[in-house]
Design a protein around this ligand. Sequence first.
Ligand SMILES: Cc1ncc(COP(=O)(O)O)c(C=O)c1O
Length: 386
Amino acid sequence: MTNKIWLCLAHMSEAGEEMKYIKEAFDTNWVVPLGPNVNGFEADLEEFVNTLNDGRKIEKSVVALSAGTAAIHLALVALDIKNGDEVICQSFTFAASANPVVYQGATPVFVDSEPGTWNMDPNLLEYAIKDRISKGKKPKAIIPVYLYGMPAYIDEIMEIANRYEIPVLEDAAEGFGSRYRGQVCGTFGKYGVMSFNGNKMITTSGGGALICPNEEAAKRILFYATQAREPLPYYQHEHIGYNYRMSNICAGIGRGQMTIVDDHLAHHIHAKDRYVEGLANVDGITVHVAPEDYMEPNYWLNTIIVEPKKFGMDYDQLRLNLDAANIESRPLWKPMHMQPVYKDAPAYVNGVSETLFKKGLCLPSGPMVTDEDLAYIIETIQKAKR
Ligand SMILES: Cc1ncc(COP(=O)(O)O)c(C=O)c1O
């Protein structure tokens, strides 16, 4: 065993569709942050996010951007988040979910998770909203996350958000293609974020997109993503803009990736099935699966909880065992309320994300992970048990 097994590496189509679109861009000299691949990729994404399991359609618009982080930032700009505002963020996440709040001079208010989905706890969310209002500041937005591709209890979150009239920005960076009651995650709130970083469900090498409520909102995002230039023959600026548009080369990769998105989704779910089956009888190991049958996670990264007393070692000792066997694994995200950089941010915690952080590991799940690799990972975990 010489080759390392990684969590989730980029994987291109066998047919070389990505190269076809890139070559087309070179041949036609569309080597700029706009062009036919950008338009084509946006159309593919719109078709994908707007189609429900039962064939019904919704009508969201998608803007392709340079990163998922840029998409979160632009949504906050569009929601008019300013200096001194507060935004409710899921604590259990990657820092990019919350950092753009600080770019705007606003303060993230962290809310912990519930144990079923590991995502934002709706009860704690309502408690936090009431408490912030009682302190004189109504939160200006809510950012729930689809961590590791697991749907959140989005109906409950939307009901609370609507009742308090607070817009929701869904961070579906890890949840591309996950569904909730047959509808794609990222299409429930006002805005939804996608990421096409190299380690995601599909990639453009680096990139992201924002799902917008309609064409008009998408036009506004496009305006801010391209330096906020007023429609005049000379350059006039009445707002601060950003250089966040996706390049036509990256979008070519994205168009190619959309031809195999269903294969990628099937692969991650297949890896989940193998882990569930192979680790079922290993005392002290639990594979994290959807708590409800109306949730369809993409299983971007499959995750396990290690109970040290039952398994005979903790998650970090298991991580070192896997590393010695040339298998990459990674502790779960360290919650934002435990991060030094956010030590002064208000936080509403219940112990769930802290416990998960101290017990969990992500396992290799991407399309480059073969059935032999999965069997080897499972065997390595079985052998590590004391
Ligand atoms: C939960 C979450 N939010 C946001 C991002 C940011 O996406 P990007 O890397 O495309 O900027 C990522 C991943 O990188 C993520 O995992």
